[in-house]
Design a protein around this ligand. Structure first.
Ligand code: PRP
Ligand code: MN
Ligand code: MG
Length: 177
């Protein structure tokens, strides 16, 4: 069975180049702090793995799981969060690594969670930003690409759990939804 999508939106080499730039910028911004990078499962796995390899500073990593889309192409608005953290984050500088900020509900919920846990500084690094769909009041500190209002898959992102393994980012076909 072949993958079926409308078009490739961002090619593999374009992602690689931009991720390297983000890694460089973050490394310079956090040169004097011990950074904790949080992977927001599942969507950010590929971006996270590539981004941390582009950091030239010491970094600790941890995981949190959040989901709200299920089998839909728009958010249910109910974000289910599972705390998988293995270390206390009180007083720490944290960077939340997301694949996409769409309505913003997911990242806002996690930002609030980390602030409540007493992190000293929490920033958001997203590969994709889709500002046209924003509902929650949140603005990523680091963003790879601003994209139009289209449902994208690949490079970690899914539709009904499929397409995550594509090494590029593609637009889902209308008929697939
Ligand atoms: C997707 C995506 C982001 C979030 C963005 O996660 O990976 O985490 O939605 O949408 P929002 O800004 O409207 O909240 P999803 O709920 O599909 O879970 P997944 O990461 O396991 O695929
Ligand atoms: Mn996600
Ligand atoms: Mg998803």
């Amino acid at each position: 069975m072949a993958f079926d999508f409308e078009k490739i939106l961002i090619e593999k080499h374009t992602i690689e180049k931009r991720v390297a730039e983000l890694g460089k910028k973050i490394s310079s911004d956090y040169a004097d702090e011990e950074l904790m990078a949080i992977c927001i499962l599942k969507g950010s796995i590929l971006f996270f793995a590539d981004l941390i390899r582009c950091l030239s500073i010491p970094v600790k990593i941890d995981f949190i799981k959040a989901s709200s889309y299920g089998t839909r192409t728009s958010t249910s608005g109910k974000v289910k969060v599972d705390d998988l953290l293995s270390e206390k984050i009180k007083g720490r500088s944290v960077i939340l690594v997301e694949d996409i900020v769409d309505s913003g509900f997911t990242i806002k919920r996690i930002l609030d969670f980390f602030m409540e846990q007493g992190a000293s500084d929490v920033r958001v690094c997203t590969l994709l930003d889709k500002p046209d769909r924003r509902v929650a009041d949140v603005d990523p500190d680091y963003s790879g690409f601003t994209i139009p209002d289209e449902f994208v898959v690949g490079y970690g992102m899914d539709f009904d759990q499929r397409y995550r393994n594509l090494p590029y980012i593609a637009v889902l076909k209308e008929t697939e939804k």
